[in-house]
Design a protein around this ligand. Structure first.
Ligand code: GAR
Length: 209
C-alpha cells in the first residue's frame, strides 16, 4: 500500500475528491496517510480531521525563505515515509531540494490546459480570469509531475471543458473543478499507486487498463 501525503493551502475540495475516491475503493493501492497545510487556518485541515487523517501544519510564514521552508518540508515528507506527494491546491513554491528528494513522486493539479495559463502568478481564480480575458473556447485541468520548472513537469492526465462568454471566473472554476480536477486527480493517484505511470524523455507513458 503506497502512502499518499497531500499538501494543501485552502478549501481542500481536491483533497475531498481524493478522500471520497479512496473511500469508494478507487485508489486500491494507496492510502492518504497525512495532510500537510502551509496555512494553519486552511479548511482542508478540517476535512482531513473529519476523516481521521493525521495532519501537520508547516506554516510558510514561520520560515524566513523558500530554502528553509523546503528543507522542513523534505524532513516532514521523509518522516511520513511518503511514496506519493500530491499538491492539491498547495499554493507555496518549494525549491529543487524537494524535487530531488522525491523525483517523479510528486504530482500537482493545475486548473488549466498546460502549457497554457500556467507558471508563476497563475493560480486559483487568476487562471480562470486570464482564460476568460483571452477568449479561448476550451480550458480544463492538468495533473502533472512536479519538477524544478513551475507547472512544467511531465503531464499525466488532462481534460477539457468549454468556455462560454457568459462565464464568470467563479462559474468557470466550478466547471473545471467538478468536471476535470476532481476526476483527474484521484485517477492519477490510482494509476501511480498501481505502478502504471512511467516517465521517459520528459513524457509519461500510462499503462492502459
Ligand atoms: C484548485 O482549482 C487547484 O487546481 C488550484 O487551486 C484550487 C484549489 O482548490 N491550484 C492552483 O492554482 C495551483 N497552481 P481546493 O483547495 O478546493 O482543492
Amino acid at each position: 500500500m503506497k502512502k499518499i501525503v497531500v499538501l494543501v493551502s485552502g478549501g481542500g475540495t481536491n483533497l475531498q475528491a481524493l478522500i471520497d475516491a479512496e473511500k469508494r475503493g478507487e485508489i486500491p493501492n494507496g492510502k492518504i496517510t497525512c495532510v500537510i497545510s502551509s496555512k494553519p487556518d486552511a479548511y482542508a485541515l478540517t476535512r482531513a480531521k473529519e476523516n481521521n487523517i493525521p495532519t501537520r501544519v508547516l506554516d510558510r510564514k514561520a520560515y524566513p525563505d523558500i530554502a528553509s521552508y523546503s528543507r522542513a518540508m523534505v524532513e516532514a515528507l521523509q518522516e511520513e515515509k511518503a511514496d506519493l506527494v500530491i499538491y492539491a491546491g498547495f499554493m507555496t513554491i518549494l525549491d529543487e531540494q524537494v524535487v530531488r528528494a522525491f523525483p517523479n513522486k510528486m504530482m500537482n493539479v493545475h486548473p488549466a490546459l498546460i502549457p497554457s495559463f500556467c507558471g508563476k502568478g497563475f493560480y486559483g481564480l487568476h487562471v480562470h480570469e486570464a482564460v476568460l480575458k483571452s477568449g479561448v473556447k476550451l480550458t480544463g485541468a492538468t495533473v502533472h509531475f512536479v519538477t524544478e520548472v513551475c507547472d512544467g513537469g511531465p503531464i499525466i492526465l488532462q481534460k477539457a471543458v468549454p468556455v462560454y462568454n457568459t462565464d464568470t471566473p467563479e462559474i468557470l472554476q466550478k466547471r473545471v473543478m467538478e468536471q476535470c480536477e476532481w476526476k483527474l486527480l484521484p485517477k492519477a493517484a490510482a494509476l501511480f499507486c498501481d505502478g502504471k505511470i512511467t516517465v521517459k524523455d520528459g513524457k509519461t507513458w500510462i499503462e492502459e487498463v
